[in-house]
Design a protein around this ligand. Sequence first.
Ligand code: ADP
Ligand code: MG
Length: 253
Amino acid sequence: MTQSRMSGASGEAPIIVAQDVHKHFGSFHALRGVNLSVQPREVVVVIGPSGSGKSTFIRTLNALDPHDGGEITVDGIPLNGKGNMDAIRREVGMVFQSFNLFPHLSVLENITLAPIRVRKTSKADADARGMELLRRVGIEEQAHKYPAQLSGGQQQRVAIARALAMDPKIMLFDEPTSALDPEMIKEVLDVMKELARSGMTMLVVTHEMGFAREVADRILFFDHGNIVEDTTPDEFYNNPQHERAKAFLSKIL
Ligand code: ADP
Ligand code: MG
């Protein structure tokens, strides 16, 4: 367990701080004053009913969707829409339910594109690092294939490798296994477990309870645009406090 909720007890500054974060879509109030502090190397699993704001919240953390009230600071960088978006996106990798690979690029090219274009890494260095990442996610032999030639589980591992190629300090996952056939879920979760063990700071929206119990330092339960429970996996599963969390657990367990 990390020092998570004893924020600052480790003496380290939090790597993510969200204070009273709001987000509207037109007249719809999607995030309603979210507060969160995440320590470096913490693994945070985010759960909650559909439409509760989980995706909206994690998308605000790399400024994919700008928030419209409150403050977010990522690794000391304020997300205020004033030209620091590139810096934020370099710090924060994101993996989606739909793998979002570039179909016309090979697996390796998918991984090296951003390092070459954004980081100005040489092609040789980017290729070497790309192959190393493909080995890490267990699919180096697929390097020269195209995404459509891969299984869903393999494509998602490419998406993870692609995000890691920018050397992010934080990885966000939005239901990374929800689009996968059951037999492919484990291979993706295994990569995520290894990443967690390596010390990556992670926020993971997932309903994979085995993963949450094994890997999470902390569970956030979202409801109606806010975090209504912020606790350890043991506490959450054995003794949920909030009515909505109890109802949610009774449906999925
Ligand atoms: P979750 O990921 O928890 O299922 P979301 O964060 O995707 O929920 O959505 C929260 C709410 O915000 C939902 O009611 C959804 O319909 C609404 N919402 C999300 N994105 C948009 C958008 N781009 N435009 C309008 N409404 C949106
Ligand atoms: Mg979602």
